[in-house]
Design a protein around this ligand. Structure first.
Ligand SMILES: [Zn+2]
Length: 181
């Protein structure tokens, strides 16, 4: 293989560069004068048949982290059982009524209301719509909010190693003073 720029024989790896708008296969020296564009000629056949193990993206994942299209993580509210039961009773639905409305087994609804089971996202969405309640909330809403004064107290109580050394020093100073007097 010869360099398309200077005509010399290419030793080692040829470079594909753009020199003055032309795509050329050049030697190492000439590659410095052009803009390196592509490592190798594109090979669509090779790309279509990837060798080795399939990339992880290809493996179907049954349960992915619950993420809304907006990117916020959502979760089921803590008291979903009582919320569902109350909403159902307020609307005057029996388990049977609700089961028929959302096309779910009565036994399943009983299990959910007794907290033996948590509804999946699809069922939670159906219950939300039918009972006009909110069961799936963004994770942040469920976070325990610590008042700032409590955080301040907690930090002041935490002593660093440096603090402990300082305290030790003071202690010793006091003892020596006491001994001297
Ligand atoms: Zn060259």
């Amino acid at each position: 293989m010869r360099c398309e720029a200077c005509g010399r024989k290419i030793f080692g790896k040829p470079y594909k560069v753009i020199i003055e708008g032309a795509r050329l296969t050049v030697c190492t020296d000439c590659s410095k004068h052009g803009k390196l564009v592509w490592e190798e000629e594109p090979k669509p056949k090779a790309a279509a048949k990837p060798r080795g193990p399939k990339p992880t993206l290809m493996i179907p994942v049954k349960r992915q982290p619950e993420t809304t299209p907006t990117g916020t993580t959502v979760e089921l509210i803590q008291d979903f059982d009582t919320k569902i039961r109350r909403a159902r009773e307020e609307l005057g639905f029996s388990h049977d009524d609700l089961g028929k409305k959302i096309n779910e087994k009565v036994s399943l609804l009983r299990k959910i209301e007794t907290r033996k089971m948590a509804p999946d996202n699809l069922l939670a969405a159906k219950l939300e719509r039918t009972l006009k309640i909110k069961l799936i909330v963004p994770t942040s809403e469920e976070e325990i909010k610590i008042p700032p004064e409590k955080i301040a107290k907690a930090t002041s109580r935490t002593l660093t190693l440096g603090d402990l050394i300082e305290l030790n020093k003071k202690d010793k100073e006091e003892t020596t003073r006491r001994e001297q007097s």
